[in-house]
Design a protein around this ligand. Sequence first.
Ligand code: AP5
Ligand code: MG
Length: 213
Amino acid sequence: MNIILIGPPGAGKGTQAKFITQKNNIPQLSTGDMLRYNVANKTSLGISAVKFMDAGELVPDNLILDIMKERLKNDDCEKGFILDGFPRTTIQADGLQAILNELNIKIDYVLVLSVEDDVIVERMGGRRLHPASGRVYHIKYNPPKKSGFDDITDEKLIIREDDQEATVRKRLKVYHTQTKPIIDYYEPYNIVYKIDGNNMIESIKNEIDDILN
Ligand code: AP5
Ligand code: MG
């Protein structure tokens, strides 16, 4: 089962990807998590990417396609994968298609989560992240068992650098201009499912379960 998750920043892609991973035993490939790992470890990719991320802009397509080309060839992708936050431009969608052709596989589902911009700005202020696993929490809508700490490892949660309101608004603008158009790219294949991301986390989870079953 090969899935693409599309949605604005804060739509709940990471939250839902974790549920899909648990239920279907396929990996979540989040380009955002991969980039943050590289930034934290000061790799050359991280050093090139951080200025774009902090500005709420997209990291150049060639850097993203280079990492995904390698990642999709990993053995753990053989049973399927969830692409979280990739592709994000038509150039990335074309690049992904070339990689899939080479591997002789296709995308089965494109799940599009939509949420209004103002709801997102409010949500992002309450997000907390466990950087090592990519697990996300919300102080109000999805709180950890112990405030400020990850449920599983008990390690400290952080606030993402790019979750300040001005940066979130910039990321939303980038989503509307550069990423939303790729939904049309997949429409002709009849694999696009539109989901109301304003609903409760649990009800979105159930809706996605129904689609994938
Ligand atoms: P990335 O990490 O992918 O960020 P994003 O797409 O902006 O999305 P987020 O991770 O912010 O949100 P999400 O949809 O995962 O929501 P979440 O589940 O956390 O990218 C970061 C940056 O990296 C980009 O700006 C760019 O610079 C770079 N980058 C990454 N990929 C790239 C690419 N392919 N090309 C170029 N550059 C790239 O939920 C958000 C919060 O809301 C949480 O607190 C959660 O608990 C809560 N929540 C979730 N669902 C609900 C709900 N239904 N109701 C109430 N609260 C909810
Ligand atoms: Mg995410």
